[in-house]
Design a protein around this ligand. Structure first.
Ligand code: FES
Length: 106
C-alpha cells in the first residue's frame, strides 16, 4: 500500500493508504476525501479532480498530456502545480505524496 495525504488549503490533512495502479482520484473518492468531486469518473473532461502537487514530486509523475494541460487551463484558479488526479497512477514512487486540494473545483 502507498501512503498518501490529501490536504485542504487550511491545513486539514486526510491520510490514506492506497493500492498501486489505481488513480490518485479513485483512491481519494474511495476514501471519501472532500473536494475531489471527479464528476466525469476519470474521463478527463471535467477537471473537478484537480489537485496541486509540489514541484519536488514532478519527476515522479507521468508527463502532462496536451489534453490534461488544456483542461487545467479551464479550472477556476489555474495553477502551475495543478494536475488531474485521475491521470496519476498510484505507485510506490508516490509514497508519502501530499496532494493539496484546491479551494474550488468549479
Ligand atoms: S475525474 Fe474528471 S477530469 Fe479527472
Amino acid at each position: 500500500m502507498v501512503h498518501l495525504v490529501f490536504q485542504t488549503r487550511n491545513g486539514q490533512q486526510f491520510p490514506l493508504e492506497a493500492a498501486a495502479k489505481q488513480s490518485l482520484m479513485n483512491a481519494a473518492v474511495a476514501a471519501g476525501i472532500p473536494g475531489i468531486d471527479a464528476d466525469c469518473g476519470g474521463s478527463m473532461v471535467c477537471g473537478t479532480c484537480h489537485v496541486h502537487i509540489a514541484p519536488q514530486w514532478r519527476d515522479r509523475l507521468p508527463p502532462i498530456s496536451d489534453m490534461e494541460q488544456a483542461l487545467l487551463e479551464c479550472v477556476p484558479q489555474p495553477h502551475p502545480d495543478a494536475r488531474l488526479s485521475c491521470q496519476i497512477p498510484v505507485s510506490e514512487q508516490l509514497q508519502g505524496l501530499v496532494a493539496l486540494i484546491p479551494s474550488a473545483q468549479r
